[in-house]
Design a protein around this ligand. Sequence first.
Ligand code: FAD
Length: 473
Amino acid sequence: MPSITIIGAGPGGHIAAFEAARRGADVTLIEKEHVGGTCLNSGCIPTKTIKASADALENAHRLAEFGITQTEGDEARFRADMAAVVARKERVRQVLCGGLEKTCKSLNVRLLRGAAELGPDKTVIVRNEDGVEEIKSDSIILATGSCTVDLPSLPIDHEYIINSDDALNLDHVPESMVIVGGGVIGCELAFIYRAFGSAVTVVQGMDRLLPLPSVDVEMSRLLQREAKKRRIKLELGKTVKSAEVRDGKVVCELGPSPFLEGATGPDSTVVTDMVLVAVGRKPNNDGLKLAEAGVEVDGRGWIKADAGMRTSVEGIYAIGDALGPARVMLAHVASAEGLCAVANCFGENRELDYNVIPAGIFTSPEIGTVGLSEEEAVKQGFEVRSQIFQFRELGKAQAQAELPGMFKLICEKTSGRILGVHIAGAHATDLIAEAALAMEKGLTAADLAHTIHAHPTLAEGLYEVSEGWLRAS
Ligand code: FAD
């Protein structure tokens, strides 16, 4: 049976380790910080745990809307107790990390703590407080992930100018916050901190929130409307040119974005309590000695790999965030890439198909996407027709007072084959799963419309939008 050494125990590395062990390989999983990687410790799970507190607070403020009032005394006043919010997040993190460690034990995965580097001839050198260990194996999987980016103009001091890691451990809610970056992380944190009561301004260099090819422009427009309703200030097409801490405040100079063609307008000054920088991620390659081992990287340091996760060195594979934004930087994609790499370590010849990747964005409302946006579908030469159905037309949305949102279905005009589905609204990140299955199986709008959906559910929106698509053709 092959021996496999995996560097990094995030969702890419630990899923690869478990799969390799279940197939009978001799597996060593090396982690220099926390098992679970970014996802469990400073990404998916901490943000969603804190979002659950933000949602609870928003719902508490809406109790009267549902006919719930206090029996006596003044109207209840609710606020976020950040020490308790962060403590809850820690408990969730520890439960999940502990679960992974137990699975390592039960599957006989050797979990080795320490910082790994590549040595000659498929050796991995691990340094930790016990000394130095050298491991030789048949295959190596690099699952080293990514970390926060610092901008020279916005030096992180972890107090006034913070990154997303800091934002998940704040001991108070700042009265005001400027978030630099209106991508997924910036938007999620904007809605969370607004719900906690902060006056939030989002500065985004492009002309829309979530300016990703995979996110349909209608979803961005809807989110922008919802942001405005919540009084989140949007500075689109702008950049923060400088930020200076003066007398306990941060003075930010805003100007037209250099990333948006034709962006104009006067410079302005915003004075805030805190600046959160959420402008992207960089590779976690420090000390890995990739170049010495002959593993090729691109101009920004992201590891180059083919669709079977093979790097430029035979027997060395790379998966997950370490491959950078040219692939898809999501936890479940890292895991899928891990399974693909393990299959190939066992001599299979598997490649990952990136066409059907569902994604969840945990704003308020949530956004779920799979497949192409309308713009991307047209760019790729498809003749498309799209259909929209509003959340407010669903009985369940009315019953639950979850009115903002829409379902958008993008299909090939003649065949009706589904090319993309984009949902904004309550539980959109769960609802997208049905669309992902439909796309994976190559289904059409008619297939979706001819599937009976339970009533009253939000999933009926998928039935309605596909039925609408059929009626309009
Ligand atoms: P990572 O999770 O980054 O893990 C890499 C691991 O390798 C780390 O633990 C690191 O310590 C270790 N390591 C690195 N170098 C070495 C070395 N030399 N020796 C030993 N160990 C090493 N994705 C989603 O799908 N859904 C979400 O809702 C979501 N929300 C997010 C929110 C935030 C704020 C952030 C920052 C990210 C979010 N992501 C989300 C992205 C997701 O966290 C990543 O895509 C995912 O964690 C990538 O997994 P990975 O295994 O490739 O790397």
